[in-house]
Design a protein around this ligand. Structure first.
Ligand code: NAP
Length: 275
């Protein structure tokens, strides 16, 4: 496929590099400035353009700006005829209609959201293979986007437009919330004189269990067992050795107690019985 990338940032360049490696032809990289376009274009052997230039003929346009810029950039591009049958943005949250200015030219619009963290072009390109990609599009475009995702070694799945906000909340919960627990654990290990690295096999086993058994069934530990005396001792230790984590630790215990149906049992340990 001939691909035009608009927005040569982390996600856009990850896709452009992966697309070029999969023998797609990245015909143009379009940037806010010519310099940023040129930096990206050089990597994938494309023509650098700015958003004010006419877009060359191609098969698929990727609008990879940050979410708030998708609609204004689509409107700016649509000031010229855009000789492209299909355009997608990469946001998991923003509705497909952000590309309406391009749809007004008869272009099929959709979104193509890699459910992956793409921290830099090179690392992101390597991570796309083996990732899942959420596709929101009408039937004709869906097939094209599934083909494109497959060609990158990724697995496509369909996502309804109205479901995007809750899907995005789920993705943030999966990707970000565990890191709060890891930050706490790393600090508490440090208080014990134990390096964070020793937790790696444990953490990896927990993640594997979460997918093999399901997140609720994978729960082990004193809260899941209903061992409130052990949890009381842990809370005391955290309060004394690392008081900045005391409230957060108690909140995690509270959440786990609710998840395991033990909220009443742990109310006393959490000093909630009078609330
Ligand atoms: N990174 C990820 O992990 C990831 C994963 C999945 C999906 N996404 C999605 O990918 C999209 C881009 O995210 P990102 O992380 O790649 O952001 P980013 O690294 O900040 O890249 C955004 C790109 O858009 C360009 N841009 C911003 N405003 C523009 C404008 N008005 N006109 C033209 N270009 C403009 C930026 O140009 P300048 O360099 O000139 O600022 C930059 O090249 C978002 O929709 C995000 O939700 C990201």
């Amino acid at each position: 496929m001939r691909v035009v990338l608009v927005g040569p940032g982390r996600a856009g360049m990850s896709l452009a590099i992966a697309a070029a490696a999969a023998e797609h032809d990245v015909v143009a990289v379009v940037g806010r400035s010519f310099d940023s376009a040129e930096r990206g274009a050089d990597i994938v052997g494309a023509t650098p353009l700015t958003v004010n230039d006419p877009i060359p003929e191609s098969d698929l346009m990727l609008v990879a700006t940050r979410d708030a810029a998708i609609e204004p950039v689509a409107a700016r591009l649509a000031r010229h005829p855009v000789p492209v049958p299909a355009a997608v943005h990469l946001s998991g949250l923003t509705p497909v209609s952000a590309l309406a200015p391009l749809a007004d030219q008869g272009i099929a619009i959709g979104s193509f959201h890699p459910l992956q963290t793409l921290p830099s072009p090179e690392a992101g390109a390597a991570r796309l293979a083996g990732s899942f990609i959420a596709i929101t599009a009408g039937p004709g475009l869906q097939d094209t986007l599934e083909f494109f995702a497959d060609s990158l070694g990724a697995t496509p799945f369909s996502l309804d437009d109205p479901a995007k906000p809750i899907y995005h909340a789920a993705a943030a919960a999966a990707a970000n919330f565990p890191l709060a627990a890891f930050a706490m654990a790393a600090d508490l290990f440090k208080e014990a004189g134990v390096p964070w690295d020793v937790a790696r096999p444990l953490v990896e086993a927990v993640v594997a269990n979460a997918f093999e058994l399901g997140p609720r069934a994978a729960l082990t530990g004193p809260v899941a067992r209903g061992d409130s005396e052990t949890v009381a001792a842990q809370l005391e230790a955290v309060a004394s050795a690392s008081p900045e984590w005391q409230v957060a630790f108690a909140r995690f215990v509270d959440l786990l107690a609710s998840l395991t149906g033990r909220a009443d049992q742990f109310a006393a340990v959490l000093n909630k019985e009078d609330q």
